[in-house]
Ligand binder design. Structure first.
Ligand code: C5P
Length: 314
């Protein structure tokens, strides 16, 4: 038996970052929106191979953005399946079927688009279904496990548009109208999320960082209007200065995209992916072409938002 799910990338329309907490995470006020860029995650269930030990036999990544995706237990999707197995067993000696994970990667890796988190969210849903005969996990339990795996995992599970607080794992769905068109520019070289969060602390300690933008009302209003021009004016990312400071090449990418006609451009999450909000597909296509022409190592995707969370496929 093979179970399949679609997992979507995200962009942060607003990312407000406060000072670091005692647990090492930063308090956030963020507005997530899912993008129509996705991975297909499949779980092959080996019903003839029951085990009371670890359940994942192997993980294979393929597709456009498979390069650099770990194929061992360091992959968050692998860990997600084991976490579900543990929750299903709940300290009992339960034999579960072994499984193999397949990731068909359409989401750029290490890009600030939550590709790894989305894979983990899909793996959670797939494993919960695969092991449902042994114990059915509640939605609340699934979201609890998602938050343990990573700050972006709950949102990629839910999808759509949501306000994220805490370290990003506490979600409240938000109203949104219309669809938005994006030129997404990915980069050959990744950027470490902890390094970007550390940099913002450093910049602020040196008096160079912006004050935390914890008020998300401008984006909320823009989303209600359904007007891309209004949303463009409200886009905000506190991590952008830190990402650009670590990767000065992002400045030129942001400038080229805007010069090519984008309404606005921001670093996506912790970067290095840049997201350009455009008036229409034609402009987004021009932004992709111009940025790729001017900036070595970049690739572009034209896409739309919002998109759903984890979708189970037939
Ligand atoms: O939760 P996740 O594993 O995705 O976080 C990766 C890293 O990003 C954390 O270890 C931390 O350094 C940083 N982070 C943070 N504050 C957040 C989310 C992530 O400092 N709210």
């Amino acid at each position: 038996m093979i179970l399949r799910a679609r997992a979507h990338a995200k962009v942060n329309l607003h990312l407000g970052v406060e000072a670091v907490r005692d647990d090492g995470f930063h308090e956030l006020a963020t507005v997530f929106q899912s993008l129509d860029i996705s991975d297909e995650v499949s779980l092959e269930v080996h019903a003839d191979e029951p085990t009371t030990g670890p359940v994942v036999a192997a993980l294979h990544a393929s597709g456009t953005y498979a390069a650099g995706v770990p194929e061992d237990e360091s992959n968050l999707a692998w860990r997600a399946v084991e976490v579900v197995a543990r929750a299903v067993r709940a300290d009992r000696q339960v034999a579960l079927p072994r499984v193999t994970l397949h990731l068909q990667k359409g989401i750029p890796a290490a890009g600030g688009m939550a590709g790894g988190s989305a894979n983990a969210a899909a793996a959670l849903r797939l494993a919960a279904q695969a092991f449902a005969d042994f114990c059915e996990l509640s939605e609340d339990k699934l979201y609890e496990l998602a938050a343990e795996l990573g700050s972006d995992v709950p949102f990629t599970l839910m999808g759509g548009t949501a306000l994220g607080t805490g370290r990003g794992e506490q979600l409240a769905p938000m109203m949104t109208r219309g669809t938005y068109t994006w030129a997404i520019i990915t980069n050959a070289e990744g950027l470490s999320t902890p390094a970007v969060f550390h940099k913002i602390d450093e910049l602020r300690a040196a008096g160079k960082g912006s004050t935390p933008a914890m008020d998300t009302s401008a984006v909320a209003q823009a989303l209600m209007s359904g007007q891309p021009q209004q949303l463009a004016a409200a886009l905000r990312n506190d991590l952008q200065a830190a990402a650009v400071s670590l990767r000065p090449d992002l400045r030129k990418i942001l400038d080229t995209g805007k010069a090519a006609g984008a309404l606005a451009g921001i670093v996506s999450g912790s970067g290095p992916t840049c997201a350009f909000l455009c008036e229409d597909e034609e402009t987004a296509g021009e932004v992709v072409a111009q940025v790729m022409f001017d900036n070595k190592g970049t690739r572009g995707i034209v896409t739309h938002s919002p998109a759903p969370g984890i979708e189970m496929l037939g």
